[in-house]
Write a protein that binds this ligand. Structure first.
Ligand code: GDG
Length: 532
């Protein structure tokens, strides 16, 4: 019976310590956890990752191991130094900007790279003793790119999948990284490598060929004696959760202020983590230009901008925060009045009920990242319109989601004029057209939800594992070898059937040019003599 071993940087649970040193466990059910819960019930699952808190005391670690193991989780304990160098350092200051094409922010730092290797090895050291031969291991995301090869080194035959949640950049960008080969070698330890979009897959295949010389045939690469499959698996959302939010969430949270605001003004929604990849300043500029050129909308619209705090110790993020604060201030002071605030800007996260109320009541969602692996907010916004069928999604072409949500108004996030036009088109769109577009997108999102994503990936991993078992070379054991030799010696008539190209000699572009070399002639001569 197969078991699924999920590995991600963070566990779907966070441990916090109270002032009295008591440990509290907070579950965080993200999209990934939902998708995985929906996998075949008969499959056992364990999840391995960092629990989000530095624990140094060995007694405390053991007690956490026990608590978590009852929930099917296993912790990888990281030190403060690991978090600074591996997570905040190499993951978020090197790989994150680089893979999102922000090469000006890429930090080239041997110390963080060393820590990245060490922490990937720490994960491997926790996982390797737990793995059983029939397990299906599924590693997630850019923090753990080296891990597949580290597992493979100890478990040559175990099935390993890897999914990258962020973009894979073009070869021209990837090749700049000094650690490009090591990163490829690491991920190529997997049997199945998945990306959100066809373009990311294409970039990866091109890098694997041009950096490491692995040619592919329809996404299959021969790496040593293994076949590595590369494919596209666009991640979906838990559709029902956003389409019918009141059914499963705490309805005591007060959202009346949002409801009142929506009664008087047409809400344009902007919601992201604070990140330079999200295009927040450009979006504010487009809104500002729209207000400048369209006074007829004054007092009728309001942009609600939620910026969720993130990575605020990093310089670029602090600068971005100042820039966003300033731009929002300029918009409100230039166009606002005693009777109207054109931007409602919050630097905090909102609870689920506030989030889904905002989704439901916003007439327009401006989701305009400069680069984004997928962007689930765009999908959640569309799902939340299941009942009222009113709303327009303005979406960046650079978000992975744009490959599926073709009925959104697609824009170039660096083109402020394009975004300004999109705002007007969205606000002027007839209700019939809104409903028509939403309906088409909703059908896709319902069908290709997060459960579909997780199941498709896992089923592909199972299929590949079975195919590999069938095509595996059966090496003769000693007993078989002795009996074969004895039978060969005794035989009166001997027929030896040998494959030539690709078996006795390597493949060559011109098959006619492959002549047997000395070594092969020697082997054949010895086989002939053996029976005498
Ligand atoms: C990676 C890739 C890819 C956000 N603010 C609040 C809040 N959220 C929730 C949303 C959504 C999730 O967080 C964000 O999803 P994204 O897709 O935007 O991004 P990440 O998960 O950070 O990052 C990304 C994704 O992986 C999946 O592969 O799409 O491209 O970067 O679910 O609803 N939730 C609440 N309050 C908030 O203020 N409650």
């Amino acid at each position: 019976m197969s078991r699924i071993v999920i590995v991600s940087n963070r566990l779907p649970i966070t441990i916090k310590k109270t002032a009295e040193n008591e440990l509290i466990y907070y579950p965080s059910a993200g999209g990934l956890a939902t998708g995985l819960n929906s996998l075949d019930e008969s499959l056992d699952k364990i999840w391995i990752g960092w629990p989000g808190q530095e624990i140094t005391d060995e007694w405390e670690r053991e007690s956490i191991r026990q608590d978590l193991s009852n929930r099917g989780l296993a912790p990888v304990f990281l030190t403060r130094q690991d978090i600074i160098l591996y997570y905040e350092g190499f993951s978020n200051k090197t790989l994150w900007p680089h893979f999102h094409y922000f090469t000006q922010y890429t930090d080239y730092n041997d110390a963080t790279w060393e820590s990245y290797q060490n922490v990937n090895q720490k994960f491997a050291d926790v996982i390797n003793p737990l793995i059983k031969p029939d397990d299906l291991v599924w590693v997630h995301d850019y923090q753990l790119i080296l891990l597949p090869a580290m597992i493979r080194a100890v478990h040559p035959n175990v099935s390993i999948g890897f999914f990258l949640h962020i973009p894979f950049p073009s070869y021209e960008i990837f090749r700049i990284l000094p650690w490009r080969e090591a990163l490829l070698d690491g991920v190529l330890g997997a049997d199945l490598i998945g990306f959100h979009t066809f373009d990311y897959m294409r970039h990866f295949l091109s890098a694997a060929y041009r950096v490491s010389g692995y040619e592919h045939n329809f996404g299959k690469l021969n790496v040593g004696n293994r076949v590595v499959n590369v494919d596209v698996f666009p991640m979906g959302i838990d559709y029902e959760k956003y389409a019918f939010p009141d059914k499963d969430e705490n309805s005591a949270d007060d959202t009346s202020f949002i409801e009142k605001l929506a009664l008087h003004q047409r809400i344009l929604l902007s919601i992201d983590r604070l990140d330079y990849t999200k295009g927040i300043p450009q979006r504010i500029k487009a809104y500002s230009q729209f207000l400048e050129n369209h006074p007829e909308y004054h007092r009728k619209v309001c942009m609600v901008m939620i910026v969720v705090p993130s990575r605020d110790q990093v310089d670029q993020y602090q600068e971005l925060k100042h820039q966003v604060d300033e731009l929002c201030g300029i918009v409100n002071s230039t166009y606002g009045g005693f009777d109207w605030t054109p931007m409602r800007y919050l630097y905090r996260s909102v609870n689920f009920r506030e989030l889904t109320t905002l989704y439901r009541l916003s007439e327009v969602a401006m989701i305009t990242p400069i680069r984004d692996g997928m962007n689930l907010v765009a999908k959640e916004y569309v799902a939340s319109k299941e009942e009222n069928k009113k709303g327009v999604l303005v979406l960046s072409e650079m978000a992975g989601a744009a490959n599926e949500l073709l009925e959104a108004i697609l824009i170039n996030p660096m083109d402020v004029n394009d975004m300004e036009k999109a705002i007007v088109t969205a606000l002027d769109m007839s209700e019939e057209e809104q409903a028509l577009r939403l309906d088409k997108m909703q059908k896709k999102l319902k069908k290709y939800d997060v459960k579909h994503w997780a199941n498709t990936f896992m089923n592909e991993q199972i299929r590949l594992t079975n195919a590999r078992k069938e095509s595996q070379t059966n090496v003769l054991n000693e007993e078989e070898e002795t009996s074969l030799i004895a039978a060969y010696r005794q035989a009166q008539n001997r027929l030896i059937v040998l494959d030539y190209d690709g078996t006795l000699m390597n493949f060559h572009v011109d098959p006619q040019a492959v002549v047997p070399d000395e070594m092969l002639i020697d082997i054949l001569t010895r086989i002939k003599k053996y029976g005498r």
